[in-house]
Design a protein around this ligand. Sequence first.
Ligand SMILES: Cc1cc2nc3c(=O)[nH]c(=O)nc-3n(C[C@H](O)[C@H](O)[C@H](O)COP(=O)(O)OP(=O)(O)OC[C@H]3O[C@@H](n4cnc5c(N)ncnc54)[C@H](O)[C@@H]3O)c2cc1C
Length: 308
Amino acid sequence: MQPGAIAIIGGGFAGTTLPRELDRALPFGYQLLLISEESHTTFTPMLPEVVGAGVFPEQIVAPISQVVRRARFVMGRVTSIDFAARTITCATLAGPSMFPYEHVVLAFGLRARLDMIPGAAQHALPLKTIRDATRLRNLVLRRLARLELETDPLLRQRPGHFVVIGGGFSGVETAGALADSLRNIAPYYPRVAPGEVKLTLLQDIDRLLAELPERLGDAQHRSLMERSVDARVNAKAERVDERGGRSATARCWRHRRLSAQSAGCRIHSSKTLRSCSTAAGSSSTPTCPLSGPRRLGDRRLRPHSQRL
Ligand SMILES: Cc1cc2nc3c(=O)[nH]c(=O)nc-3n(C[C@H](O)[C@H](O)[C@H](O)COP(=O)(O)OP(=O)(O)OC[C@H]3O[C@@H](n4cnc5c(N)ncnc54)[C@H](O)[C@@H]3O)c2cc1C
């Protein structure tokens, strides 16, 4: 790469948008280099639908080299940057590679944090990448398949209980997508009793969707409860372990590592369980998760708040 290169690290929303924005403004002689560890970019707002098996994983990813035609794309994981020498080192499938640059843009996003709750790294599953979403979807389907065959009543108690930690946008959407999915696939698992499949959402503060006006958070709470999600506020996940935990009110939780951010978890306080009596709208469209894609064209990248 000759001097005059603008290197962008990360092929997410920022990294794939920038080359298109720069396209016409790029001074003569400059080249764009985009380095990202995966060959695809992911439409993260639809990850919850992948967890709920409402869409296939392939439908929410796009090859970076197709999306960003103007830049040279290198698939590699950046391991170091020498800012003095202006070089980037990355691990690629062809071994370590070094690229000189004149300007560098760091657009490598965030990683899911599993160190916030003790035990989460060992027993909970994050939801950040397409791989995470696929893993969660498969875990749910495998649990149901196991329940369908399990004959020991004791062993049937835990596999069907899924816990989502976090009542923000992603947690609420994941719980909603999972609830719809579990309801729709229930007929395909005739030996699984309705009470054997449970979905709990834990939110540490006193309402869901704290970024939105309270009435919208409450409406979403009611919507989840009506879809049989045990959505709890003031319920802080203290720790996650393999066998479950105990809440402040001495209610025993017996379930294994499960969902979007959770597993068997100890609950700080489960005192506030809001009761719900009226229906609330939801953007989620129930479909049979095993029957293929649902309508796709109507989802664009919008702030979470516009999608609830
Ligand atoms: C489940 C979920 C739902 C969401 N829904 C919405 C929504 O509805 N609306 C909304 O506005 N936002 C939503 N977000 C947030 C949105 O995804 C982020 O704000 C956005 O992805 C940030 O873009 P980014 O380009 O900075 O990082 P990212 O999209 O995370 O991209 C970072 C890229 O850098 C790559 N990378 C990281 N480290 C390296 C390295 N060392 N070397 C090379 N490459 C590297 C990664 O593989 C990745 O491709 C959601 C997020 C999640 C997890």
